[in-house]
Write a protein of this length. Sequence first.
Length: 133
Amino acid sequence: MTGAVISLYAPARLIPQAGEGFRALRRMRKGVREVRRFMDTLEQSLRALRATVTAPELQGLEDRVWDRVRATRISAALERQWRAAQMLAASFALVTGIAFGGTEATALLRAEQSAPSLTTPALAPSELLGGHG
């Protein structure tokens, strides 16, 4: 076993050679350099993007959105007020219709001829049976 050291804690395992550690360290440094290069490129791209002028149709977009939100809230409040007025008008119409309908029906019943009663002399049982008996 050349180049390997046996550990007392794990006698069956071999400790990697020092050269392998240096190669891993070089690979890590190379990876760090690549990440730094990528981050620099990303930062340059973001700076360039921030420097560009926004499209004119996007100017004031947030203000227009908030204006529409306010208008929607105002229309919803007005709709609630009108709904209360509509319910009041419908209730008034219902109560008025019931009251006037009842009055009209009572007047119509009073105006009709009353039904013949048995107390009328022409409808007495003796009169009705008088000719047949």
